[in-house]
Ligand binder design. Structure first.
Ligand code: CFM
Length: 544
């Protein structure tokens, strides 16, 4: 195929120049800092600009702060009523579009199919919407008697100054048996949805985590942080945990309940999946309750096995370690068989991944298992530590935007702080190569000369695809059809295109089959109608 040669013809520097060529000089200078040509430095990872405001006029792939708070973090919790204070569109377009699945459980208490909104009108903007909000909270309470009600601010609420926190406090005191709290997560509040994650997690930590001491039974108690049960990923991970005998106290926040958050302080280890959306909660759980944390990844069969072994090593119990090995041994044959089937067709193909704040990294594992090379990648809203590793956190610049997001001060809980491991035990684990609080980011896993691009936009995405012609492009719904119109198969890695799960062992098999189907479909060669390429008939008008 002629197009394949293009990868060889263009050097990474030329590709970068081409991406920037059409921009006005100021824009080009700024964007240049977010486009990194990866190079192997001897003792450092190269630096990339990230978590800065998108330049006005550029069609970004990012979402807003409200989306990160209401949709991403709080959306997957089924038994909290989430009321959006704002115009109806903010609610409607956040209504179950993320495919975070839930199991309504024995009680069936599940408010996710509903959308709750104050439906602000002109008069509310002019005269204030607090009364209307109070009435909405009261109505939800009377109808459902939920354990918790959360209130989300949309842009106009910040502009007119409704005090949603005062409303929450008043209603909470009035009800007595319902925890009401609010989020100042106006869409404009931060650079991206990442700010919304932080606002949501801070409030959950302040108002909910550790509020119930009902004893959680089970061995090897963990929390799974940053897993949102998209397409049933969390179901598959929980299936594997169960087989291993690991007790998952709380998932933040896929398939979660109010009580899971309330009892999360009883876990003995926090396992962080999506570093971007929640790493600070892992730190706060450690400071307040003494729970250590590790980074895990359940995307990819090998990564899943590795993460399970890490959990086994932490607890250090032979019975658990043996059981984990038995589970891996039982699950792997089906994975290997599926892999052997697709490999001859997928080996050597190329992928581009531009997703959120963690999947662009995690999914490299799965593509690696398919023998496919990730030629370009980047996050929509990752921070520098998600690219370069956590060691750079102390050197991160504090700017007006990051200052805008509250950093909460956490201290050891006077009664419930209990270090889960003694300093000697921790030292012994670390001496054996065990790593706590460690995340090296995406860059070290990318080959030299590959392009790593933060906050890729529509224009650059199309350019990149035209030049490099990958065998598959992975991003979200906004990119889906513009990329497919270029004749490249596009896989949504946010919503999974209605597929999934892709996590764990069963998920890996699903993914192998799906990618095989996509990269080997002939349909993409028919982007031009046959008669456009090889006209069989030609004719002239009689008068010619
Ligand atoms: Fe974490 Fe996510 Fe992601 Fe994210 Fe998201 Fe998502 Fe994502 Mo879409 S929490 S950063 S804000 S892994 S919704 S489940 S797929 S952009 S890469």
């Amino acid at each position: 195929m002629a197009t394949k040669n293009k990868l060889v013809q263009w050097t990474p520097t030329e590709v970068k120049e081409e991406l920037l060529k059409k921009y006005p000089p100021k824009v080009a200078r700024k964007r240049a800092q977010s486009i990194l040509i990866n190079e192997a430095l001897s003792n450092d990872t190269p630096e990339i600009q990230a978590n800065v405001r998108t330049i006005p006029g550029i069609i970004t792939m990012r979402g807003c702060t409200y989306a990160g708070c209401k949709g991403v973090i709080m959306g997957p919790t089924r038994d909290i009523v989430n009321i959006v204070h704002g115009p109806i569109g903010c609610s409607f377009y956040a209504w179950l579009t993320r495919r975070n699945q839930t199991d309504a459980g024995e009680t069936g208490e599940n408010y996710m199919p509903y959308t709750f909104s104050t439906d602000m009108q002109d008069s509310d903007i002019i005269f204030g919407g607090e009364k209307k909000l109070k009435a909405a909270v009261q109505e939800a309470y009377d109808l459902f008697h939920p354990k918790g009600i959360c209130i989300f601010a949309t842009c106009p609420v910040g502009l007119i100054g409704d005090d949603i926190h005062a409303v929450a406090r008043e209603m909470k005191a009035k009800f007595g048996d319902c925890n009401v709290f609010a989020f100042s997560c106006e869409g404009y509040k931060g650079v991206s949805q990442s700010a919304g994650h932080h606002i949501a997690n801070n409030q959950v930590f302040k108002h909910l985590v550790g509020t119930a001491d009902t004893d959680k039974q089970g061995d090897y108690k963990i929390n799974l942080l940053g897993e949102y049960n998209i397409g049933g990923d969390g179901f598959e991970i929980d299936r594997v945990f169960k087989l291993c005998g690991i007790t998952n106290i709380a998932t933040f926040s896929g398939n979660s309940t109010y009580t899971q958050f309330a009892t999360a302080h009883q876990a003995d280890l926090s396992c962080v999946m999506c570093h971007r959306s929640i790493n600070y909660v892992a730190d706060m759980l450690e400071t307040k309750y003494g729970i250590p944390w590790i980074k895990v990844n359940f995307i990819g069969a090998e990564a899943t096995a590795k993460s399970l072994r890490k959990i086994g090593q932490y607890f250090g119990d032979k019975a658990l370690i043996d059981r984990i090995e038995a589970v891996i041994a039982a699950e792997m044959p089906a994975v290997k068989a599926a892999q052997a089937d697709v490999l001859p067709r997928t080996q050597g193909k190329t992928a581009m991944l531009f997703v959120g704040g963690s999947r662009a990294h995690h999914y490299m594992e799965l593509f690696g298992e398919l023998g496919m090379k990730t030629v370009s990648t980047g996050y929509e809203f990752g921070h520098r530590d998600d690219y370069e590793g956590r060691h750079i956190i102390p050197s991160l610049k504090v700017d007006a935007d990051s200052r805008n997001i509250e950093e909460i001060e956490v201290e050891a809980d006077p009664e419930r702080y209990a270090p889960r491991k003694s300093p000697d035990e921790l030292a012994a684990l670390e001496a054996g190569g065990f790593e706590f609080k460690k995340y090296e980011g995406l860059i070290p896993d990318m080959d030299k000369g590959t392009l790593i691009i933060d906050d890729l936009n529509q224009y650059e995405a199309e350019k990149l695809v035209e030049i490099i012609k990958p065998d598959i492009f992975c991003a979200g719904i906004k990119e889906k059809y513009s990329i497919q119109k270029l004749g490249i198969p596009m896989k949504q890695l946010h919503s999974y295109d209605y597929g999934g799960p892709y996590a764990g062992f069963k998920g890996a098999v699903n993914f192998y089959k799906e990618i095989d189907r996509l990269v080997n479909s002939k349909v993409w060669s028919f982007m031009k109608a046959p008669w456009q390429e090889n006209p069989e008939l030609s004719a002239t008008y009689v008068w010619e």
